[in-house]
Design a protein. Structure first.
Length: 128
């Protein structure tokens, strides 16, 4: 952070109700920021939330919670092309929310409920 921005923030902090020493408070806040920025759990949560931040992926997860499905079934439900669905499946698979396996000629996918619950518990732990 450049000096001008730091001084600007300190000038605002001194006006806060419970701040007696803006320099000390600023240092404490920067330490907190560094700690939070370096928290690996936030990286995991960001990947999880980014994967969920798409309506088609939420629909895919909802479909898969019922039973495993092949890509052609997902194509019918989503009215999307196979490459588009494969893109969404790859994102969900990369963070471990679903898994795919060959079943005859087709790849089937199912939800990994334990992994989703783990991410939700982490989210709850970090934000509440």
């Amino acid at each position: 952070m450049n000096i001008e921005h730091e001084e600007e923030i300190k000038a605002k902090l001194i006006k806060c109700e419970d701040v007696e020493n803006a320099d000390q408070h600023f240092t404490q806040l920067r330490q907190l920021g560094d700690k939070l920025h370096n928290n690996n759990k936030f990286k995991v949560l960001t990947q999880f939330l980014n994967a969920l931040a798409n309506k088609k992926r939420l629909i895919i997860l909802n479909i898969l919670k019922e039973k495993d499905r092949c890509v052609c079934e997902l194509e019918a439900v989503l009215d999307e092309s196979q490459p588009s669905i494969s893109h969404h499946l790859k994102i969900l698979e990369n963070i471990g929310l679903i898994r795919g396996w060959k079943k005859g000629k087709f790849t089937h996918y199912d939800i990994i409920e334990k992994r989703i619950k783990s991410h939700l518990n982490l989210l709850n732990q970090e934000l509440l």
